[in-house]
Unconditional design. Structure first.
Length: 282
């Protein structure tokens, strides 16, 4: 396993693999890897001959008041995890390598990006689509792996790949949780001890919603109301959104008469965390 910093190095290595007839998987990440990322690397290692992990805190997907500078970084830790899980190459570029002086081309999307996280983070998905499309062009993988925790991101990337006729299979992998239920996230490291306990309200509300669906509830407003009531009872929690949307369009629905995503974003103190479930997985 090796770490490279330049696009040219990635392309040279992938070209070498392709000459040997090998398949290539890509796991795009912003680094500070945890067990959730490890599960994506495991899946790629299982499905492909070689696996590339990008490790890049993408400035384009952060708004002016968001946590770009404080976002955790630890390439030494990341390298050990990637190697332990069968990754073959880490692409760890500097921002200047990805966005040269005068950079002015973007991949934008409407509809799917205008709900959920797109409402409170208006520049986010343009940054995601742009960097992911660049990574796809650099690596040219057979398959790319994304976690279902970022469910809207997964839907947006699948739609982008379809719209732009990219010959890449997009694989969504299950949410990995802590033993007490909290979804794994690099941002969990921001939480104080009290906030970490309070953050369990996210998974508790998700499990409440799942239980209601399992028991036959189809009224979205009833499910949302029960989930909100639970979250609002936690003093350290502040809701950004609790919504149920159509899986294909990311637009809100009133009844579970089609495949749906129930997604939440909640501030615990100043840290914004997300969680979700797909009704088809209940």
């Amino acid at each position: 396993m090796k770490i490279v910093k330049t696009i040219a190095e990635v392309r040279a290595q992938v070209k070498e693999w392709r000459a040997q007839g090998l398949t290539v998987g890509l796991v795009p990440t912003m680094g500070y890897l945890h067990e959730g990322h490890a599960s994506l690397i495991d899946a790629s290692h299982r499905d492909n001959d070689r696996t590339v992990v990008s490790d890049f805190v993408n400035p384009m997907q952060f708004g002016p008041t968001e946590d770009l500078e404080s976002y955790p970084r630890d390439i030494g830790h990341d390298a050990a995890l990637v190697e332990a899980h069968g990754g073959d190459l880490i692409f760890n570029p500097e921002p200047e390598e990805m966005y040269h002086e005068g950079f002015s081309s973007f991949v934008d999307m409407t509809v799917l990006t205008q709900e959920l996280c797109g409402l409170s983070r208006p520049v986010h998905f343009r940054g995601v689509c742009t960097v992911v499309s660049k990574l796809f062009n650099i690596v040219k993988p057979d398959r790319a792996y994304f976690g279902k925790k970022d469910a809207q991101q997964l839907a947006v990337i699948r739609h982008m790949v379809d719209d732009l006729n990219m010959d890449i299979e997009i694989i969504g992998c299950p949410i990995i949780r802590e033993a007490d239920g909290l979804a794994k996230s690099s941002r969990n490291t921001y939480l104080s001890e009290a906030e970490r306990k309070a953050a369990l309200v996210l998974s508790k509300s998700i499990f409440t919603g799942m239980d209601m669906v399992k028991k036959g509830e189809r009224d979205c407003s009833a499910i949302i109301a029960s989930m909100k009531k639970l979250i609002e009872a936690e003093p350290l929690a502040r809701i950004d959104y609790v919504k149920i949307v159509d899986c294909a369009t990311m637009q809100q629905i009133t009844s579970l008469d089609r495949p749906a995503l129930c997604a939440i974003a909640v501030y615990i103190g100043s840290t914004r965390l997300i969680d979700n479930f797909f009704t088809e997985d209940v």
